[in-house]
Design a protein around this ligand. Structure first.
Ligand SMILES: C[S@@+](CC[C@H](N)C(=O)[O-])C[C@H]1O[C@@H](n2cnc3c(N)ncnc32)[C@H](O)[C@@H]1O
Length: 176
């Protein structure tokens, strides 16, 4: 499930990797854009789009992995010295805890200024990877259970990292 799917960048990437995706967003216009984008990429049949508050929708849905890219509050997020769970709106921590306790794998998009202390709310073996361009870290992604990067190999990791990219791109990843 892509819990805050926006215009579909991540949901489409997962579908292009062969996954069936449930994509939820509270904003009807963004969800329409996500559907449109999924059609362009030829994956609309693999994605079930749900217009709802994910907090309400979550208990009614069944899935084995949760991608969660909660709203950071716009460009102002960067002015905070330490970003924490409460700075997301809504705070995704209850959903993340529910997922982990029921054996659902989670990947969580985090701003670069996300506080290390706040990461302690996640299980200790959670792994955090950086996504960067040539000059700087753009965002981080926390994974639980930890992904075995060595087993996947770096090439596969690069594809996964692309699949989890927050950026909608005209060069969507080729995952097959
Ligand atoms: C950071 S954006 C996600 C971007 C997305 N990953 C993409 O590739 O386009 C956050 C999204 O969360 C949605 N959102 C905010 N509150 C929500 C809620 N309670 N339930 C579901 N979606 C919500 C917003 O409408 C917004 O589209």
């Amino acid at each position: 499930m892509d819990a805050f799917c926006g215009i579909g960048g991540s949901a489409i990437a997962f579908a292009r990797c062969g996954k069936r995706v449930i994509a939820v967003d509270i904003d009807r216009d963004r969800l329409s854009m996500a559907k449109h984008n999924a059609e362009i990429y030829g994956v609309s049949k693999r994605i079930e789009f749900i217009h709802d508050d994910v907090i309400e929708a979550y208990p009614k849905l069944s899935f084995d992995a949760l991608h969660i890219d909660p709203p950071w509050g716009g460009p102002e997020y960067f002015k905070k010295a330490r970003f924490g769970w409460q700075d997301f709106s809504p705070n995704p921590l209850p959903l993340i805890r529910k997922a982990i306790s029921s054996g659902v794998a989670v990947a969580i998009g985090l701003p670069v200024n996300f506080s290390e202390d706040e990461l302690r709310e996640l299980p200790p073996d959670t792994i955090v990877r950086e996504s960067r361009d040539a000059t700087r870290v753009l965002f981080r992604t926390a994974y639980y259970p930890p992904v075995d990067w060595a087993r996947l190999g770096e090439a596969k990791f690069r594809r996964l990292r692309l699949a989890l990219s927050r950026n909608f791109s005209t060069t969507a990843p080729a995952c097959q």
